[in-house]
Design a protein. Structure first.
Length: 148
């Protein structure tokens, strides 16, 4: 089980986001830049959070933004955005968020594999703080255990 592709074009370091919506949009824009999703995928991810609440905040400081497979997804892909200033998603325990992962998958079965592969990375208790402190896309890729 491996992570979806994480090219350097899908990584944004020390981004400025005014709120969770802009943070999720940055993750969606990175997925679009990498060719994994259309620009409208950001809106799908935001809509899911608006409908279902901040369930995407899966650990202290970490959000895994995603939406269902659909026409906005072009290929399996992952994006990572680190925030210069953490933002609140409204999660009772895991706010504020300093690292936003964007996940695009082409099928429901791949969704489960991708989420499990992402979760494995975060078995390392320092992974979130290491990502938040990363200063280059190559460093983020190394923490995630992927190469381009």
């Amino acid at each position: 089980m491996s992570l979806p592709p994480l090219p350097q074009s899908a990584i944004v370091i020390a981004a400025e986001a005014t709120d969770w919506r802009s943070a999720v949009t940055l993750a969606g824009d990175a997925l679009a830049r990498s060719g994994a999703a259309r620009p409208g995928y950001s809106g799908e991810m935001i809509r899911m959070i608006e409908e279902h609440g901040p369930y995407v905040v899966i650990a202290p400081g970490l959000a895994l933004a995603h939406a269902r497979p659909g026409p906005e997804v072009l290929a399996d892909g992952l994006s990572i955005v680190t925030l210069a200033t953490p933002v609140n998603f409204g999660h009772p325990h895991n706010d504020p968020v300093s690292v936003v992962l964007g996940l695009a998958v082409t099928s429901s079965s791949e969704h489960l594999h991708a989420v499990a592969a992402v979760a494995n990375v975060f078995n390392d208790s320092t992974a979130i703080s290491d990502l938040a402190a990363a200063t280059s896309a190559a460093e983020v890729q190394a923490i995630m255990g992927v190469t381009e």
